[in-house]
Ligand binder design. Structure first.
Ligand code: ARG
Length: 591
């Protein structure tokens, strides 16, 4: 659908043309002096240079032609040559009615002819290690990007990309072998079937891994044993594989529960292990193609370019001992993704400290022909979650904050908040608070530009006022409640239509915001930037609340006017619902 500003621009361009000037001068933007006007066109200033004429003269001529236009309620020319405009209620209403009738409120979505397939790699948890606060960002931002892409009519496949293969697995196995040497998994002569039941729980694993990891840094012999176990696992020794499967199963069950709590859902639960068998062939191809060469014992691919402004080191494919690395797995994963899914784009979400790493991997993938130029590779690097002291978020005793505890803490606090001062049952309070708590966490994260660090401020995120998730939900619940009352009194919401009314500033400001939803959403998609949706939602909620405070809605005596208001409420709610759904949370019916 044509965007609102484009429509306004068209009108003004027509006037420029009629007055004998280039129509491209008629571009209209949102006013940067909202105290003076709603929109402005600065084309006369650029025109002055082309036509060697005072800008005010051009502006006056164009302004004169616009004065009779039904599209504008005010046309004012200001020195040195600004054309200040207010849109007419009729023109705005026409546009808004078109928006309200459109399934996606005027957003141009892909159809079969231009639909693309995206793979989004946004999990990255390591098996046997609990999720910590750092995993929050990739999950929350990635989920939102996936939903935005789908909203735009494209296909999005979310892959968790588990860290399930390297030394971390060997560490767990080595530690377990030491404490349970008699288990059948370590008996080389055993040929029967291994037990179905895992010999440990997720809590055991969470204890084993950090201990083993710390020990390997001091105890050489233990580290060697862990490396030997890793090798045996990767070489396919039966008992080690069986034990590894148990680790994965136990871990994945726990991970699923955690991601479920965040309303984050992966389509693929693939991991680094899945590409293990692809690596040797890939390495051979890189050698045969003349791309990989030995440098200081290691196999590398040069990825620096002449026009680089900073140094880009070679991409290492195999260590000098022949072992593969993090890079190797990511490259092999690209190869497999291209073959299995034929994607148009792959998007990665990780900490921004991996920026250079992904630059190397992407260049290497292109250079070695793993991926064609038609496939876009994007890395979205996000900043750190900090505590109030501005340092990386930690528990009170300085440990890494487990995601589970963080979520539980906010859930508990929100539960208290919802239960106190409201007439809700404990059961209801539980449901409402988990919905609202999730909005607090997700909005708190997503409202920041991904690349920036932010401070995880529980109190602020949970507040029902200000730029927060709960404030938005509160606003939406307010709308829902009015609509419910209208329906309960016998009103038919769906038959209400927005009609042009006499000037009402707060209503107009809200409608003008709703008229730019489509443009905003297309921009958020183009830039893969959920924070744009957050900013839009916050402005919309503020405008709605101003309108609400200044307007009688249900008590409005003029029935036609009341219906217009109800239709505006419904549209506002629907747009907000689409926005929060793209952000990955929902609104309760009451709170
Ligand atoms: N498992 C990795 C880690 O904990 C993160 C993986 C990120 N994704 C990727 N495709 N490299 O550091």
């Amino acid at each position: 659908m044509e965007k609102f500003l484009e429509k306004l621009s068209k009108e003004v361009a027509e006037a420029f043309k009629k007055a004998g000037y280039d129509e491209n001068l008629g571009k209209v933007g949102i006013s940067n002096r909202p105290d003076l006007c709603e929109y402005q066109c600065n084309g006369a200033m650029s025109g002055a240079k082309i036509y060697k004429k005072a800008p005010i003269m051009i502006a006056n001529e164009v302004g004169e032609l616009l004065k009779d236009s039904a599209s504008f309620s005010k046309v004012e020319v200001c020195p040195p040559g600004f054309i200040n405009l207010n849109v007419s209620d009729a023109f705005l209403t026409d546009y808004i009615c078109e928006v309200a009738l459109d399934k996606k409120f005027g957003v141009d979505v892909a159809d079969d002819s231009n639909k693309k397939r995206y793979i989004i790699d946004y999990g990255g948890p390591n098996v046997a290690k609990p999720l910590h606060v750092g995993h929050l960002r990739s999950a929350v931002i990635g989920e939102s990007i996936k939903r935005i892409i789908r909203y735009m009519g494209h296909e999005a496949i979310g892959d968790i990309h588990l860290g399930d293969w390297g030394l971390q697995m060997g560490l767990v196995i080595a530690a377990f072998k030491e404490s349970h040497p008699d288990l059948v998994y370590f008996d080389d002569t055993f040929t029967g079937e291994y037990p179905k039941e895992a010999p440990f729980t997720v809590s055991d694993l969470e204890e084993i891994y950090p201990k083993a990891s710390a020990r390997s840094k001091e105890d050489e012999a233990f580290k060697d044993e862990a490396m030997a176990c890793t090798k045996k696992l990767q070489d396919g020794v039966r008992g080690y594989r069986a034990l590894w499967h148990h680790i994965i199963d136990v871990s994945v069950t726990d991970l699923k529960r955690n991601y479920d709590n965040l309303n984050v859902e992966f389509d693929l639960w693939k991991g680094e292990s899945d590409v293990h068998d692809v690596i040797p062939g890939m390495v051979e191809e890189m050698k045969a193609g003349g791309f990989a060469h030995i440098s200081e014992g290691a196999l590398v691919v040069d990825v620096a370019r002449e026009d680089d402004t900073k140094e880009i080191p070679p991409c290492m494919i195999l260590k000098s001992d022949g072992a593969s690395l993090y890079n190797t797995t990511d490259l092999a994963t690209i190869k497999v993704r291209v073959k299995d899914y034929n994607p148009d784009a792959i998007i990665y979400l990780t900490d921004k400290r991996q920026e250079l790493y992904f630059e190397q991997v992407f260049r290497c993938a292109r250079k070695t022909g793993l991926v064609s130029d038609n496939v876009t590779l994007t890395h979205i690097g996000f900043g750190t979650v900090n505590g109030k002291d501005g340092k990386p978020f930690k528990t009170r005793d300085g440990g890494v904050m487990r995601l589970e505890y963080l979520i539980k803490d906010i859930n508990d606090k929100m539960y208290e908040k919802i239960l106190s001062g409201r007439e809700v049952s404990e059961e209801e309070a539980k449901e409402i608070s988990s919905t609202v708590a999730l909005s607090a966490i997700k909005y708190g994260d997503l409202s920041n530009q991904a690349g920036k660090d932010y401070i995880f401020d529980t109190e602020r995120f949970m507040s029902f006022e200000g730029d927060t998730g709960p404030y938005l939900l509160y606003t939406m619940v307010r709308i829902k409640s009015i609509l419910r009352k209208f329906a309960e009194a016998g009103g038919d919401i769906d038959s209400c239509k927005i009609m042009s009314t006499k000037e009402n500033e707060s209503k107009k400001n809200l409608l003008r915001k709703l008229a730019t939803y489509n443009e905003m959403m297309e921009g958020a998609f183009a830039e893969l930037a959920p924070h744009k949706i957050c900013a839009y939602l916050y402005e919309t909620a503020n405008l709605f609340n101003s309108f609400y405070h200044e307007t009688k809605i249900l008590s409005e005596e003029d029935e036609e006017l009341k219906k217009t208001y109800i239709a505006i409420l419904k549209l506002t709610l629907s747009i907000c619902e689409d926005c929060i759904s793209c952000l990955g949370f929902e609104a309760p019916d009451k709170m």
